[in-house]
Design a protein around this ligand. Sequence first.
Ligand code: UDP
Length: 180
Amino acid sequence: EHILTNLNQVGIKNHLVKRINMREQLVQLVDIIPIEFIVRNIATGSLTKRLGIEDGTVLDYPLIEYCLKNDELEDPLISKEHIIAFKWMDGSELDFVNKKIRRINDFLQGMFRGVGIKLVDFKLEFGRTEKNGKKDIILADEISPDTCRLWDVTTDKKMDKDRFRKNLGNLVEAYQEVAR
Ligand code: UDP
């Protein structure tokens, strides 16, 4: 809620309408684009395994990767050409989304850096909407320590879902620290 509200205030339209209570949000229904957009500022995880890059390498320029949302196929990595060829998006939609992604990354990196956290990588999803005949693409789904890698700026302590994935200690305490 905090992240999506802030993004909205800097002009990144997203699905959050309002908080209903501590556990529920009213969100705009979208036609979700079947692609996970992975944004990387520091190399780790599947990228380092796939390409033999040293873990923790700071990337000169943020990397955007595309994965097809398909659990049976384990969300395979795809290229821009696949996206166009199979009509998951057209070229102008892809340009539009890529520009949004870079703005979102700049904003989130600054926001996390301000509280002593490195935004290593994260996943975004977008969806199509139509209101009074006007079509749009907005940011959808959650942005949270479940969908980001967040490392402490001085110690590189992992404060995200990797704590659970790699059994690195109490997950809830780390998430609460991020929220604070
Ligand atoms: N991610 C996610 N949902 C997915 C896949 C990845 O939220 O289904 C996030 C993940 O938390 C990490 C980033 O995307 O912040 C990059 O993940 P990566 O491709 O390295 O996959 P992993 O090594 O985590 O399986």
